[in-house]
Design a protein around this ligand. Structure first.
Ligand code: SF4
Ligand code: FES
Length: 237
């Protein structure tokens, strides 16, 4: 990176350009890139910068986030071409003076960096034992009522990077297949057979192109490709 640090009080900063893909149905349509410039210190994450830009330059910028510590999965987006959690990605670590931000692929886009995650949950069934209640939501009468997967933060990065999932929207996708495989040891023999049959359907594991990209981008070590390989072995056994 071209060193162009300047002192702001005690904290050195670098001026970074954020080239953000914008989209608002009917308003910024078709999508286009908009560039925002910001002084960034070594501690700032991509999410910190999005918040600064929204606060100081463009209150209309849309992105998702909640926890700020890689637990909720909502801030996943494409940073300089790779699926990442915005809250985990320190801007200086990218070693680039331009940071290009795009929404995840393979999901319907709502606005700017926000995508509709409905499709992600299509195959996740409420009675599965690997589901746990979400952390209570402040102010929600029922505590929020949402269910979370035990070991996956539902960020969607694996779906976005998967060539099969982005080309074929019917594909169950890496996270759902990993969830199916995780559920299998926790259930009856009949249910296991039903889960294996679901995973082996044409829109399931057979659609996987073995790109292995899902395991590379997963921020929580789910390794979906390994689960898919195990499902394939079980189908052929
Ligand atoms: S399997 Fe990993 S990459 Fe895929 S949604 Fe879950 S946490 Fe994200
Ligand atoms: S804000 Fe929750 S994972 Fe990034």
């Amino acid at each position: 990176m071209q060193e162009k640090e300047k002192k702001t009080g005690e904290t050195p900063t670098r001026r970074i350009d954020f080239k953000i893909s914008r989209f608002k149905p009917g308003l910024i349509d078709p999508p286009r890139f908009q560039t925002y410039s910001l002084e960034v210190n070594a501690a700032m994450t991509v999410l910190d910068c999005l918040e600064q830009i929204r606060l100081t330059q463009d209150p209309g910028l849309v992105y998702r986030h909640s926890c700020h510590h890689s637990a909720c999965g909502t801030c996943a987006c494409i940073v300089n071409g790779s699926e990442r959690l915005a809250c985990l990605t320190r801007v200086w670590d990218l070693e680039s003076q331009i940071v290009i931000l795009e929404p995840l692929r393979g999901f319907v886009r709502i606005a700017d960096l926000a995508v509709d995650m409905t499709g992600f949950y299509r195959e996740i069934r409420a009675e599965w034992e690997l589901l746990r209640p979400a952390e209570p939501l402040a102010g929600a009468a029922d505590g929020g009522g949402a269910l979370r997967l035990e070991n996956c933060i539902e960020c969607g990065a694996c779906v976005s990077v998967c060539p099969a999932a982005t080309a074929q929207p019917a594909f169950m996708g890496p996270a759902a297949l990993a969830a199916v495989h995780n559920q299998m040891p926790k259930t009856s023999a009949d249910e296991r057979a039903a889960l294996l049959a679901r995973a082996a359907a044409p829109d399931g594991e057979p659609m996987c192109e073995r790109a292995l990209a899902c395991s590379r981008v997963c921020p929580t070590g789910v390794y979906p490709a390994r689960h898919i390989a195990d499902l394939r072995r079980l189908r052929k056994a």
